[in-house]
Design a protein around this ligand. Structure first.
Ligand code: GDP
Ligand code: IMO
Ligand code: MG
Length: 431
């Protein structure tokens, strides 16, 4: 049976949520494997809008098992609020339909405070532009071996010891930043209060997944962020604090690499980025403005305006390679309707030398100027197209050119925010 990993192949917000929701019909289990509630995934089903942060996008369909894997960092208070909100929209969530890995590290209020304090203390050029949700500090504590994890919530002595260990690190840090010391007893009390709300979903996820896999169940792994925000392969340090690439799906849930059969890279038909950092094809003109307006490019989590630019084929070729992408879902093609000419970045010029990838050194990245190829636009509407036959010839040419340049085939196309406005070319779940 095929298992599919969905990963963002740019700087996030490629439309992963919509595609995961669409594909979840074919899956039994939908699992998040990294990131946290810095993710903002928007689904539109018959005009009804669902916004998800920590919950896998499969929850909306019902009848599926949703899993939060150990690679995620989880804010328990946020999760409870998100569950309440989604329940109000008529979605059922219960321990039968949601499982959280027992070894998932928690995001505590001190992580958000530290995240925001650091950002405020940073000057332009060093600021990351984080979502302020404590993601970085929570991952630091994970690798620093001082996290409170889901399983720790079940035993008061362990919980207290874990909090004390974290405090030993955090209090001196807070002092340096001018933040008051942590209210230890208050934090422990808060954790004890939320504990039953989280523990009811706690499970040995690695075991549940192994058993389901044996029974031939299909798993859909849902990535958050995008490969250019990956802690190793992204535009460091302007990245998130987790591995975002497809290889993380295995480690972030407790499965071997053999569990992954198809990697679907989600690719927007142009480029956007929220937050600071390099963006070679960024447009600061009417075309950029038009992309932002037509694409409604505002961040789901922070409401920030997303930076917009032309499609960067060099970058996507690179991210498809590091994630081993089998095929892409090209989204938001409809946003390009009505442009006379479209530009595609095919490589960079660095000090007079032509490069076909973005170099790692920050100073070189800054000196790279994009080399563009121009391609004819189209005036017809592609919005809501559900088959190739509905697409204008110039749009098909644009898609085909992208396939050639990124060296990867298009498996799916998306032509509006609505679930069903999707064209399937190759079924990622087909054996
Ligand atoms: P994610 O973080 O990758 O899940 O993406 P977001 O949900 O943050 O951002 C994608 C936005 O584009 C959402 O508002 C979607 O509803 C919307 N969207 C997804 N696919 C399409 C599409 O093909 N066309 C248009 N116009 N909007 C889309
Ligand atoms: P989805 O899953 C776009 C960006 C932030 C910031 C950087 C680090 O919706 O695609 P963090 O809070 O993670 O420490 O911030 O990463 N970022 C995202 N940008 N989409 C996301 O998620 C993002 N999650 C984090 O804007 O630049
Ligand atoms: Mg998003």
């Amino acid at each position: 049976m095929a298992n599919v990993v969905v990963v963002g192949a740019q700087w996030g917000d490629e439309g992963k949520g919509k595609i995961v929701d669409w594909l979840s019909e074919r899956a039994d289990i939908i699992a998040r494997f990294q990131g946290g509630h810095n993710a903002g995934h928007t689904l539109v089903i018959d005009g009804k809008v669902y916004k998800l942060n920590a919950l896998p996008s499969g929850v909306v369909r019902g009848g599926k098992l949703s899993v939060i894997g150990n690679g995620v960092v989880l804010d328990p208070w946020h999760l409870v609020t998100e569950i309440e909100k989604i329940r109000e929209q008529g979605v059922e969530i219960s321990p039968e339909t949601l499982m959280i890995a027992e070894n998932t590290p928690l995001i505590l209020p001190i992580h958000g405070e530290l995240d925001r304090a650091r950002e405020e203390a940073s000057s332009k050029g060093t600021k990351i532009g984080t979502t302020g949700r404590g993601i970085g500090p929570a991952y630091e504590d994970k690798v620093g071996r001082r996290s409170v994890r889901v399983a720790d919530l079940a035993d008061e002595a362990t919980l207290t010891a874990r909090v004390d260990r974290a405090l030993q690190h955090h209090d001196p840090l807070r002092k340096g930043l001018g933040i008051e010391p942590i209210d230890r007893d208050g934090l422990i009390a808060q954790l004890k209060e939320i504990a039953p709300e989280i523990l009811k979903y706690a499970a040995p996820v690695w075991k549940v997944l192994a058993e389901n896999r044996k029974q031939g169940k299909r798993i859909l792994f849902e990535g958050a962020q995008g490969s250019l925000l990956d802690i190793d392969f992204g535009t460091y340090p302007f990245v998130t604090s987790s591995n975002v690439v497809a290889g993380q799906a295995a480690a972030g849930t407790g499965m071997g690499p053999g569990a992954i059969d198809f990697v679907l890279g989600i690719v927007k038909a142009y480029t956007t980025r929220v937050g600071e950092g390099p963006f070679p094809t960024e447009l600061d003109d009417a075309d950029g403005q038009r992309l932002g307006e037509r694409g409604r490019e505002f961040g789901t989590v922070t409401g920030r305006k997303r930076r917009c630019g032309w499609f960067d084929a060099a970058l996507v070729r690179q991210t498809c390679a590091v994630s081993g992408v089998s095929g892409i879902a090209l989204t938001k093609l409809d946003v390009l309707d009505g442009f006379d000419v479209l530009k595609i970045c095919v490589g960079y010029d660095l000090d007079g030398k032509r490069l076909d990838y973005l170099p790692t050194a920050a100073d070189e990245q800054a000196r790279c100027t994009p080399v563009y190829e121009e391609i004819e636009g189209w005036n017809e509407s592609t919005e809501g197209a559900r088959s190739w036959a509905d697409l204008p010839a110039a749009a098909i040419k644009y898609v085909r050119r992208i396939e050639e340049l990124i060296d990867c085939p298009v498996a799916m196309l998306s032509t509006s925010p609505e679930r069903e406005d999707t064209i399937l070319v190759t079924d990622p779940f087909a054996d």
